[in-house]
Design a binder for this molecule. Structure first.
Ligand code: SF4
Ligand code: SF4
Ligand code: FES
Length: 669
């Protein structure tokens, strides 16, 4: 440890701590541009000058490690004069277009100029202006003339994503940020550079010129686009989400967002949004119906089906896109009616919980060996993939991929033909081992479990990225066939054969996502009463008898369960359109219409907490979740993993997609 005195206050910090970080311990914020906690020091901009006793010249705080007994002055005339001089150089050719710059109001150049700048330029010649609004790629615009060459963006691309597609070009006053290949900047994490750029040089195409920070209302919530569940701030104006921002201290997100989570937020006010319940008339036309009548129709129909054919003629598909409380209530109400045919699995995934091998994302990051049996996680759980890149590049982990998985060139990986080869190639000293499994093929799960059983004495964790954001929650909360109930395929077959008369689908689009589309088509055409809760007229909603418009994830409050098994808070950032209700509100109304008693909200919360706390004590593969006839894995992964099926209805998102997220059947294990 080292004791250092900063502005007269003594503080003890681990020896080697950077001065800029030590100063935070005594609530002193030293101005920085190029330094970023997660990127480390670069020593490029020199704005962080401080006085250190015994040193004749000012020193940069971002690249100076504290030593025991060090006495530092972060304020005062000398430091201010140094910063003033730095700012004068930085502003020499800067266009100072604060009145139109998107960063205005949250720009460090603006703020530090106010604090230390000299107020007027001494430049006699015209400024050397660089190009404005350069199209850097599908997501990002670069105003070259605003760039102060702090290289945070380049370092993010190198240190964090390991993609190395950005670099500086040219020298001196002509230096600019450019892509290494001259091709557009494409990354699944590109939006982060707009946040870490300390000035308004990098902006997102979806937010540029939309608002000023002081116009925005911020809500902290959880991203519901995949099973990672990143911490996210949603900035809205006039009830429209204009941008999403990271939580720099996010424990799940590690301070970043992926582009899917960041940009797939433009669907809320899409004109295709469903806002009125509709019922299909005998001629097949969808007619508007009042909410009370819709709920009453649903309840009457269910009662009639159960009275005539028994509860075995009723089924429920869905839950994985719902919040925990909604998923719990959905199965609770139907089970109260005696219905056992309930399944969240509307796609290809069969299992979402890793049994006794559950771990946290920090376990993933700290693993010494990571074994992936599925396609690159950057598609399915992007921010979890950044943890793997960090583990490999910065913490020395070895990454093994099994079978025919497309290579992800970001970090070195070793392909092995089968899991059985792992023990031969893995370093014997590795104690902490993490596995990624898709939860699709039982055969892969069985292979994995066999290998896990051989690794006695080691710390083992398995991560199953859910196809839906709350796959794990839905499974743990009972949206799964029990006591002889039918699974999704069983329900579809029974419906096709005329045995299942009534089907409810909530937060799922099996016509688009289920691998056997012909079966779904036959089933939905035959089932007598199909009720679908949806945001948009998806293929499945279009086949329904009764369609109920539901809230999107930013329009409701509750909790979700992520890949870690953590229960995460979801806060409403928007008011839902008139006439649109959350699944929870709809289910409460449905229970009332049925005369079924449901617990108070607090009791639902406790039931959810209790169910989520229950952990499997042994094993990995839950054999009861699999059928003998394993499903063919071919599926359009782009739709399953593009959030809540909203990507197809998000025009702004479509314009900034880096590449079509088209899947192949490979590696779907
Ligand atoms: S674009 Fe922004 S982050 Fe990148 S070097 Fe310029 S100022 Fe720094
Ligand atoms: S990794 Fe998943 S939860 Fe995180 S920002 Fe991306 S889509 Fe959202
Ligand atoms: S922040 Fe210290 S040199 Fe840039």
């Amino acid at each position: 440890m080292a004791t250092v005195t900063i502005d007269g206050v003594k503080v003890e910090v681990p020896a080697g701590t950077l001065l800029v970080e030590a100063a935070k311990q005594v609530q002193k914020d030293i101005p920085v541009y190029c330094y970023h906690t997660k990127l480390g020091p670069a020593g490029l901009c020199r704005i962080c000058l401080v006085e250190i006793e015994g040193m004749p010249k000012l020193q940069i705080a971002c690249n100076t490690a504290v030593t025991d007994g060090m006495v530092v002055n972060t304020v005062g005339d000398k430091a201010s004069e140094g910063r003033r001089a730095v700012l004068e150089i930085l502003l020499l050719n800067h266009p100072l277009d604060c009145p139109i710059c998107d960063k205005g109001g949250e720009c460090d150049l603006q703020d530090f100029s106010m604090a230390y700048g000299q107020g007027a330029s001494r430049l006699a010649d015209p400024k050397a202006l660089k190009p404005k609004a350069v199209d850097l790629g599908p997501t990002i615009v670069l105003d070259e003339e605003r760039c102060i060459l702090c290289l945070r963006c380049v370092r993010f691309d190198d240190v964090i994503t390991r993609e190395r597609s950005l670099r500086t070009e040219d020298r001196g006053v002509r230096a600019i940020i450019a892509t290494a290949t001259g091709q557009p900047y494409r990354s699944k994490f590109s939006g982060n550079v707009t946040e870490i750029c300390p000035v308004g040089a990098l902006t997102s195409k979806t937010y540029r010129f939309k608002a000023r920070p002081w116009d925005l209302h911020r809500t902290k919530t959880t991203c519901l686009q995949c099973s990672v569940g990143c911490e996210m701030n949603v900035d809205t104006r006039h009830n429209i989400p204009l941008r999403t921002m990271t939580d720099p201290d996010g424990k799940i997100s590690d301070g970043w967002l992926c582009d899917r989570g960041r940009y797939n937020v433009g669907f809320y006010d899409d004109e295709r949004r469903l806002t009125t319940p509709t019922v299909r008339d005998p001629g097949g036309e969808q007619l508007q119906i009042a909410w009370d009548d819709a709920i009453s129709l649903w309840a009457t129909s269910i009662r009639k089906t159960i009275d005539t054919h028994g509860p075995g003629a009723v089924g429920v598909i869905g839950g994985g896109r719902l919040l925990n409380e909604e998923a719990w209530l959905l199965q609770h109400i139907y089970r109260g009616l005696g219905v056992k045919n309930i399944d969240w699995r509307a796609g290809r995934q069969r299992q979402a919980t890793p049994g006794q091998y559950g771990g946290t994302l920090s376990d993933l990051e700290n693993a010494q060996v990571i074994v992936s049996t599925r396609r690159p996680l950057s598609r399915t759980a992007p921010i979890a993939d950044l943890r793997i890149r960090k583990a490999v590049q910065h913490k020395g982990a070895r990454l093994f991929t099994v079978g025919e998985i497309p290579a992800d060139a970001a970090v070195p990986e070793t392909h092995i033909a089968s899991l059985d080869r792992l023990v031969d190639v893995m370093p014997a000293s590795a104690q902490r081992i993490a596995f990624i499994w898709g939860g699709v093929r039982k055969s892969t799960g069985d292979d994995l479990e066999r290998v896990l059983n051989t690794l006695t004495g080691k710390t083992l964790h398995v991560f199953i990225p859910g196809e839906q954001q709350n796959s794990r929650g839905a499974e743990m909360l009972g949206c799964i066939p029990q006591d002889g109930g039918l699974d999704t395929r069983g329900m579809l077959e029974a419906a096709r054969d005329g045995k299942l008369k009534s089907l409810a689908i909530f937060g799922a689009n099996p016509l688009a996502h289920y691998p056997d589309r012909a079966l779904v088509e036959a089933a939905l055409a035959k089932v007598e009463f199909l009720v679908v809760g949806e945001l948009f007229p998806t293929a499945t909603a279009s086949a329904a008898t009764l369609v109920l418009p539901v809230c999107g994830p930013f329009e409701k409050t509750g909790t979700t369960t992520n890949i870690d098994g953590e229960r995460l808070m979801v806060e409403a950032a928007l008011m839902a359109p008139d006439g649109v209700y959350s699944d929870l509100e709809i289910l409460v109304g449905f229970a009332e219409a049925l005369g079924v008693e449901i617990p108070e909200p607090n009791a639902i919360e406790s039931a959810v907490a209790t169910a989520l706390a229950a952990r499997a004590s042994s094993g990995l593969v839950n054999a009861s979740l699999y059928r003998a006839d394993e499903l063919a894995p071919s599926l359009r992964e782009d739709e399953v993993f593009s959030g809540l099926g909203t990507a197809a209805f998000d025009a702004p998102f479509a314009t900034v997609l880096t590449a079509p997220l088209v899947a192949t059947a490979q590696g779907a294990s």
